[in-house]
Design a protein around this ligand. Sequence first.
Ligand code: PLP
Length: 379
Amino acid sequence: MIRGNDPILLTPGPLTTSLETKQAMLRDWGSWDASFNAITASIRQDLVAIVNGEGTHTCVPLQGSGTFSVEAALGTLLPRDARVLVPDNGAYCQRIARILKYLGRAHVPMELPEDRAPTAAMLEEAFARDPSITHVAQVHCETGTGILNPLAEIAAACQRHGKGLIVDAMSSFGALDIDVSRTGIDAVIAASGKCIEGVPGMGFVIARQSLLEASQGRSHSLAMDLHDQWVYMQKTTQWRFTPPTHVVAAFRAALDQFEAEGGVAARGARYRRNCETLVDGMVALGLRPFLPRAVQAPVIVTFHAPPDPAYAFKPFYEKVKARGYILYPGKLTRVETFRVGCIGAIDANEMRNVVSAVAETLKEMGVKALAPAKDAAYA
Ligand SMILES: *Cc1c(COP(=O)(O)O)cnc(C)c1O
């Protein structure tokens, strides 16, 4: 699909991009140039359409990595007296909680084991316990483990109880269904270098326009003020401050390929095939995924590290890399794991090849015990 001599990134952003996307960066654009600003406008329009937000929601892009857009969305869209429930089953949920602390917004934690997804009933219980909760900040796919949180169910619960809902859909946007028209989702946050398969460098927030309009003067920070960015863009068609021009051009090319592939349905289907091929292959080797299949998103898979004393992540990583594949360390504190991404301009063949690379590497390292005993599972 791509293939140069570079290793394939099996990481959840930056990820492997197509040659076409890379080639779109071979031109310098002026930020005042009308044709560049037309690209920005078309991207904004297409992103709103992906989540069915035409007429109600608007897209505000922002320079920086995905976290910048999460912080900007929370700082701009949440009133200063908001009280935010954060269902927490992983590292990116915890990042939201940290951002809220920085921003001085009250937050109510809802701690879950990293292999358990929140349910509507859990949220309703939290609302009943603390009726002063005004919003929920929910991570859709928690990339720390790869767990899929049930967004539609959570959105319905928020709508029933009149709570605002801000969604970090960074690693799901473009691959899994998100529909802001049927649900009460106020804002969806994602970035260029994830499932749309662009390069990293810009995030975007698809926000309910009425909320954005009401958010003037709320942001603690000029650079992070989404309202200001939006107003300026509406008025001038330009980005406020220097845009990441090459990133934007590459993102346009990536969106064209996304649409040509068949949008969310086709992209999600390719990632599901990637994920199934990977999991089947690794399980056949004797490795064990951390999550049960029922809650596994087709984005990134966490595997238990082999309990064999001959295994260590660093040499494992280096040897798999020498065979052409970049893996990702685990992000769990209580059990040793490693992660393999299923997203990017890759197909099931790559997943079969990475399984072979892992098999050869483990053999070379002399690793024999591959799966932890069942009862050594996550405490
Ligand atoms: C990638 C990602 C982010 C943003 O991370 P950055 O390193 O700032 O790009 C946020 N949330 C989730 C769920 C992610 O996967």
